[in-house]
Ligand binder design. Sequence first.
Ligand code: PLP
Length: 206
Amino acid sequence: MAVAAQSAGRDPASVALTAVSKQQPWEVIAPVLAAGQRVFGENRVQEAKARWGELRLAESALELRLIGPLQTNKAKEAAAFFDVVETLDREKLARALAEAAASLGRSPRLYVEVNTGEEPQKAGVLPLEADGFIAKARDVYGLTIEGLMCIPPQGEVAGPHFALLADIATRNGLSQLSMGMSADYETAVQFGATSVRIGSAIFGAR
Ligand SMILES: *Cc1c(COP(=O)(O)O)cnc(C)c1O
């Protein structure tokens, strides 16, 4: 990450690491935690609570980010547990998260997921609908959006997807970009990622 940042003329400190611990056994997570990593990504609410529930009470610096799809009926549970939800992608969920925030008196930080490849099976708002969705989340539901997230299609060159996400962010006044995984984080850093989500390159195959 540092090399990628430097070669893109960026300060390495401007790119944060989300270590994606989903489906990993604790024996591979513990050394990463011991080495000082504090930001972890999970893709399921229940699994994350089972893995991190007790530890997060003891470790106040821990930051847990939901990077998997969120069902509306789990929005409140997720809002109560996660520091960041990166997968806001539909109006029903915006409404549920707004209601959760009102009743909990706190909200996780939020990223809007954009389906940059317009893949039918994939979550995320379509690029052409992103501006409207972000405006609605802000103006109708009173949500504060921190940034955008995307997962480019497998087997496609990722750069154009990252560039598209960066464009959408800029025109909506958003500074944070969650993009890049084990296979393409260097490209993501080149295109302005402020956080990368790395699983297998840190913990090994799932
Ligand atoms: C699993 C996952 C990752 C990590 O993928 P790796 O290829 O193991 O680095 C990143 N982002 C999301 C949304 C994921 O679901």
